[in-house]
Design a protein. Structure first.
Lengths: 214, 214
């Protein structure tokens, strides 16, 4: 199974121990643990390790967590198991190749991986193009603002918990919107989830950027 | 640019989920290029996509990680981002991408009363067209069976529901029968997308419809 924690030493490819240790440390100090008791992983640190050191152990940890989810997403969207598996591998290869484009102050790793998987689905399953918005010139910021990175992580955590707490019926409706089982006219956007804080943070960042560009 | 008419939550969520027909996605991507408010909301819905995908996992093949690691060997890292579409005059990046240049590159066809249109190449789920409406001219009275999105790029138009200036998007469902009139002063250029043929009320436009693909 691929749900093993990144600090699971049973895998030979994970002979280097740092994954898990430093970042879980932060969360333990904060006393933050996931509802199921497992430590929250600092996925963004693993993406940075892939980017800076071509770190295969970090990549393996990301793969174990995200590849099964990408595969699940594609199967829910109508792909058969073989195609979904192939797309999950493609998506993870993209994570490897584009690690330098990931900005932990803008989005969580799960959000980023979702967009990669979504675009793969549009290419392969829907066989169509996805028009993308103009990119804003975010500029080369070598070090993302750590307070914002932390904020993104906390938002992600809160959103996940809120989603888990929704009544089954409502959660199923939201999920079906992402699986593509309902048309755009049937999508109920009233989710009752804490998306407002995420939107506000992004909006503030965009405002700051526009100020700088003036 | 002060935008008063925004995209609906449903459309932003469907765009984030990757579930819109290409023509509607083009209108969304074009509006989002102009509107930070909707960009922030679309990114918040991408975060929700990430949270939804966290909840599912399909078992990967035992050899999947090894296979993926093997693929990374010949793979260049730091793959450059796909060049983001760039704005050309009044056409925001995603639209300029479809046109292959600025307004001067559009292959217009007359549809009567000085109104011109150009159908853009998208998948068959919906149709996207650029409309050129001379200042003061009315687009023939029409209703819709499905959804119509109209985004103003230059000039302005007004109809029974209000005034729409640059960056504004009108979302009309099957119930709206409207007569958009371009404001005096400047010719109006719009991007419109429909998922069902428009219904013109007069007999002549109705007969011309199959030929004009309106």
């Amino acid at each position: 199974m691929f749900d093993a924690c990144p600090d699971d030493k049973t895998d030979a490819s994970l002979s280097t121990p740092p994954y898990g240790a430093p970042q879980t440390g932060i969360w333990q100090r904060d006393g933050r643990v996931k509802a199921d008791g497992s430590d929250i992983q600092d996925w963004a640190a693993l993406v940075a390790a892939v980017r800076d050191r071509q770190d295969r152990a970090a990549f393996a940890a990301l793969f174990r967590h995200f590849a099964p989810r990408v595969k699940g997403f594609l199967m829910k969207s109508g792909a058969d198991a073989a195609l979904a598996e192939e797309c999950a591998q493609d998506a993870m290869a993209t994570v490897w190749q584009k690690a330098h484009l990931f900005d932990p102050a803008r989005a969580s790793v799960s959000t980023w991986v979702f967009t990669i998987a979504r675009n793969r689905r549009i290419d392969v399953l829907r066989r169509t193009r996805r028009p993308e918005p103009e990119e804003l010139p975010w500029g080369p910021e070598p070090e993302p603002d750590q307070a914002t990175v932390l904020e993104v992580r906390q938002e992600t955590e809160r959103l996940g918990q809120a989603l888990a707490r929704l009544p089954d019926k409502q959660r199923a409706l939201i999920e079906r919107a992402y699986w593509g089982e309902v048309s755009h006219s049937e999508i109920a956007a009233e989710t009752g989830l804490p998306l407002g804080t995420i939107k506000s943070r992004i909006r503030l960042a965009l405002d700051r950027l526009r100020q700088e560009l003036k | 640019m002060t935008i008063r008419h925004h995209l609906s939550e449903e459309l932003l969520m469907a765009y984030a989920a990757g579930e819109l027909p290409e023509a509607f996605a083009l209108v969304v991507a074009t509006h989002v290029s102009l509107c930070d408010e909707c960009r922030a909301q679309a990114e918040a819905y991408e975060a929700l996509g990430g949270a939804v995908v966290e909840e599912i996992a399909a078992e990967m093949d035992d050899a999947a990680l090894e296979a993926c690691l093997a693929r990374l060997d010949g793979m260049p890292q730091m793959a450059p981002a796909r060049p983001a579409p760039r704005r050309r005059g009044v056409l925001p990046g995603p639209l300029a991408d479809y046109v292959g240049g600025g307004v001067e590159a559009v292959k217009w066809r007359p549809v009567g009363k000085g109104v011109r249109q150009a159908i853009l190449p998208t998948d068959r789920g919906a149709t996207a067209r650029l409309l050129y409406i001379p200042a003061g001219v009315a687009v023939p009275d029409h209703g819709h069976r499905g959804l119509e999105m109209t985004l103003v790029l230059q000039g302005a138009f007004a109809d029974e529901t209000g005034r729409f200036g640059p960056g504004d998007v009108e979302i009309a469902d099957g119930d709206l029968e409207h007569v958009p009139v371009a404001e005096a002063g400047q010719d109006c250029i719009c991007l419109a997308a429909t998922d069902a043929p428009l219904r013109f009320k007069g007999i002549v436009p109705r007969m011309a419809q199959p030929f004009m693909r309106i």
